[in-house]
Design a protein around this ligand. Structure first.
Ligand code: COA
Length: 422
């Protein structure tokens, strides 16, 4: 048994934000039916192609454990099939451009009419208001959600991050909203709408930067390295480079090999509780009692000098040796791992967060498995579906189409060409 056993999801998602949500729900046991346009499918199937003729990694890595139904929802018979599917499913998830579902004839009112228990969940770029009609992609959300203005180096341009906080981050928010709505439905008997706007999701993840915005009114942000350099603060939370976002100062420091290896760095945190251990480790035992260094407040204006001294030590160690030396002393530190190292990481492979998957078109590839571990819900990562791979299976097993009726649907062109389905 799995956590979401028996939950059936009508998945109208595409690109990244929505698919990350429904992939998580599929890993937790839901039956996810991905509805795609016949002959076309999710645009990512054919984006950034590395194996000619095969579904791209972009698609396969975001659509594990789903079934694919091709259905033209603008065709009359397609609408009939969709109406019946809405009646049989628990959740409809979509991240179309604003208004697309209404134009298709399946807005919230119509969906409720067909199935009052239906939960209808959407990702949109912006919530209700001035920008609600805008199309949005990842980096737009990072910028409009406050992340880019606070990322990067002081005096340099705003910067987007490699973590897909706008797309995958919003997918996570939506998945949480859906599971909560399912739980509420147990008691109320009713479905509801769930909306996760990408801008709002990014703002949520930038909470500590809004904290700092308000702290600015009380004076300079002393833990920011710009304070130590004597650079005055402006009216908004500045870009903070690699400064730690919390109350414990931290920086990225060079490690042995940094001259030739772009990832030979460590993140090092001078946590107050272990300051004495840090002093011993870096060969500065005299700093333990020196009033200029002994307290967090005394250290704040000297962080550049302190981290330069720590770096003299880290440069003599590999990033893994830094970790090995710091851990027994309770000093928080972490190696800067490249994607190559992540792909090969034994621990992540053991935990199922990095997996290898077989695919009939592209062969074996590496993917990210379920990052959430439930003790009573085992996750088995299965390859993504080929376009329309399960169309007949879904029409017959879920909707009960057979014989002449099934032939009528096929002949109408609603499910497109059905190759290799017997
Ligand atoms: N059958 C028939 N038509 C279908 C269909 C199907 N199975 N699936 C999709 N379509 C149609 C839609 O109805 C829509 O038609 P319309 O414009 O006539 O109403 C059309 O395909 C295009 O859909 P849309 O979502 O607008 O795609 P797009 O390529 O124009 O825009 C995004 C892509 C991502 C910019 C847009 O979907 C968006 O802003 N989504 C919300 C925010 C989001 O999730 N962004 C992050 C993506 S990672």
């Amino acid at each position: 048994m799995t956590a979401l056993d028996g939950i059936r999801i009508l998945d109208f998602t595409h690109v990244q934000s929505g698919p990350t949500c429904t992939q998580l729900l599929a890993w937790l046991g839901a039956d996810v039916i991905k509805v795609e346009r016949p002959g076309v499918g999710d645009a990512t199937r054919k984006q950034l192609v590395d194996v000619p003729g095969a579904d791209s990694l972009y698609f396969t890595m975001l659509n594990h454990n789903k079934r694919s139904l091709t259905l033209n929802t603008k065709n009359e018979t397609g609408k009939e099939v969709l109406t019946r599917l809405i009646g049989e499913c628990d959740v409809l998830v979509e991240n179309f451009a604003p208004g697309a579902l209404d134009r298709m004839g399946f807005g919230w009112e119509r969906v409720q009419e067909i199935n009052p228990r239906m939960i209808m969940a959407s990702v949109k770029g912006f919530g209700p208001g001035k920008y609600e009609d805008c199309k949005v992609y990842e980096n737009v959300a990072q910028c409009a959600g406050g992340s880019a203005s606070t990322t990067g180096h002081l005096g340099d341009v705003p910067m987007v991050t490699g973590a897909q906080i706008g797309d995958s981050g919003t997918g996570l928010h939506l998945a949480l909203g859906i599971t909560a709505a399912l739980l509420q439905r147990e008691r109320s008997g009713r479905g509801q709408r769930v909306l996760a706007p990408m801008q709002d999701g990014v703002v949520n993840l930038c909470r500590v930067k809004l904290r700092d915005q308000q702290r600015l009114q009380a004076g300079p942000l002393a833990e920011y390295s710009q304070h130590g350099k004597g650079i005055p603060f402006g009216g908004a939370t500045p870009r903070a480079g690699n400064d730690s976002g919390g109350g414990q100062p931290g920086r990225i420091l060079k490690c042995k090999g940094w001259e030739s290896d772009p990832d030979a760095y460590t993140y090092f945190i001078t946590q107050a509780a272990v300051w004495k251990n840090i002093c011993d480790l870096i060969g500065k035992p005299e700093w333990k009692e020196d009033p200029d260094y002994a307290t967090p407040a005394a250290r704040l204006p000297r962080l550049d000098e302190i981290f330069a001294t720590v770096e003299e030590w880290t440069k003599t160690q590999t990033k893994f040796e830094v970790m090995d030396a710091c851990n027994p002393l309770d000093i928080p530190a972490g190696p800067i791992l490249s994607m190559k190292e992540i792909a090969e990481d034994e621990g992540l492979r053991r935990s199922g967060t990095i997996v290898e998957v077989d695919h009939p078109e592209r062969g074996r590839y590496i993917s990210v498995g379920c990052p959430i571990k439930l003790s009573d819900c085992k996750v088995e990562v299965k390859r993504s579906p080929l376009l329309g791979e399960h169309s007949i299976e879904i029409l017959s097993d879920i909707l009960g189409y057979s014989g002449d009726e099934l032939q009528r649907v096929i002949d109408s062109g609603a499910v497109g060409e059905l190759k290799d389905q017997g």
